[in-house]
Write a protein that binds this ligand. Structure first.
Ligand SMILES: Cc1ncc(COP(=O)(O)O)c(C=O)c1O
Length: 396
């Protein structure tokens, strides 16, 4: 039985969340997370997954996973540093380094724990981190774990970054100073201003760290945001997830050999959490090989992204300033945003509402993530439903 203190805490806080409409109810899928999903027996055009290239359900990845499971079993059996490193982990890391145009790479069990691992392995209480205010939660937690001084930088504001970098450097208070940014910001779909960030980093001797969870597979013909800007040799840490465009699960750091050597002896999830499973490793390696061999899926993603964007814009929706296939429909008011998403669902589109505190108050939005696996018919069906619900609710 739990203590009275815990029970009171849970009951009060759950009731408060429910009364404010902030208690998230999870809808389990009765199908794979493809372009059309089934929830409670209802088929919906899915615009909410991060499965950008449709690889989560690709037969070639399934076959690669089966083969790896056949040979190595379903679990790696240990952490990487004891005897959980299989030869396929090493092949995967070589493949990732080639994919990212870096000397080496290290794989982790998720993108989230990759940020927890990598930041705290190199930064400590004598250091400072300049962090974009819209950086992902895992970056924020990774920064906190390191105990370094966190200096928030206004979103993509290069004057603010330069000023704060200068102050931090001139203060003489810190040994190392790092600048961290998402490559692509997932709520608005805008791209980090990497050329300027790298220039400022060079001026003030900053370590550069780019989390490209939403850029890998999407920009730079698949290789990501850093490659898109031609900066592969200028960014110290290139972080990626293996759960979004790659379609499986996991995360990685790509960088110089020395950095990767250090992470292998000092990053805690690598040392203290069981390695990626053989099935995952088989499927991920296959996915990267597919992306390296052809840009077909990447090109289809952009075609679909542009098609949906154009359609929503022509209907009169506010789609913000996205530079990537991520397409927000900004509604504003939180309750209206939730209602809009609910009506889309009733009509046959799954597009989740994103409201404060994930985005700023008054900028509630329904976020659309088209993928390479959507057909034009699916997108047309979604647009027709958007038109109907948008008109009905007086949004367009
Ligand atoms: C920028 C960023 N970093 C890290 C993550 C976490 O990745 P994963 O889901 O692979 O743990 C996400 C996922 O939402 C993300 O958007």
């Amino acid at each position: 039985m739990s203590s009275r203190g815990l029970q009171e805490f849970l009951q009060e806080n759950l009731a408060e969340l429910k009364s404010k409409g902030l208690y998230n109810v999870i809808d389990p899928l009765e199908s794979a997370n493809g372009p059309v999903i089934t929830i409670k027996g209802k088929n919906l055009v899915n615009l909410s997954s991060n499965n950008y290239l449709g690889l989560a359900t690709d037969q070639r990845l399934k076959d690669a996973a089966y083969q790896a499971i056949e040979k190595y079993g379903v679990g790696a059996g240990a952490v990487r540093t004891i005897n959980g490193t299989l030869d396929i982990h090493i092949t995967l890391e070589k493949t990732l380094a080639e994919f990212k145009h870096t000397e080496a790479a290290i794989a982790y069990q998720s993108g989230f724990n990759c940020n927890m691992a990598a930041i705290s392995a190199v930064m400590d209480k004598n250091d400072a981190i300049l962090s974009d205010e819209l950086n992902h939660a895992s970056i924020i937690d990774g920064c906190r774990l390191s105990k370094a001084k966190i200096i928030r930088v206004n979103h993509s504001d290069m004057d603010d970054l330069r000023q704060k970098a200068k102050e931090a450097r001139e203060s003489g208070l810190y040994n190392k100073i790092m600048v961290i940014t998402d490559g692509v910001f997932s709520m608005d779909g805008d791209i980090a201003k990497l050329p300027e960030i790298v220039e400022i980093a060079e001026e003030f001797d900053l370590i550069t760290y780019v989390d490209d969870a939403h850029g890998s597979g999407v920009l730079g013909k698949g290789a990501g945001t850093v490659k898109h800007f031609g900066l592969s040799d200028k960014v110290d840490f290139q972080i990626g997830t293996l759960s979004k465009a790659i379609g499986v699960v996991g995360g990685y750091v790509a960088g110089k050999q020395e950095l990767i050597n250090w992470l292998k002896v000092r990053s805690r999830p690598f040392l203290f959490s069981t390695a990626l499973t053989p099935g995952d490793v088989g499927a991920i390696t296959k996915a990267i090989n597919i992306l390296t061999e052809s840009t077909e899926l990447h090109d289809r993603l952009w075609e679909n992204g542009n098609y949906l964007k154009k359609g929503l814009k022509e209907l009169g929706f506010n789609i913000g300033d996205s530079e990537t296939p991520i397409t927000p429909c900004i509604i504003g008011d939180e309750i209206k945003t939730q209602e809009f998403s609910k009506r889309l669902y009733e009509e046959g589109v799954y597009a989740k509402a994103i409201v404060f505190p994930t985005v700023a108050k008054g900028t509630g939005r329904v976020r659309n993530m088209p993928t390479a696996a959507h057909t034009k018919e699916m997108l047309d069906q979604a647009l027709a439903i958007y038109k109907k619900v948008g008109k009905e609710m007086g949004i367009i």
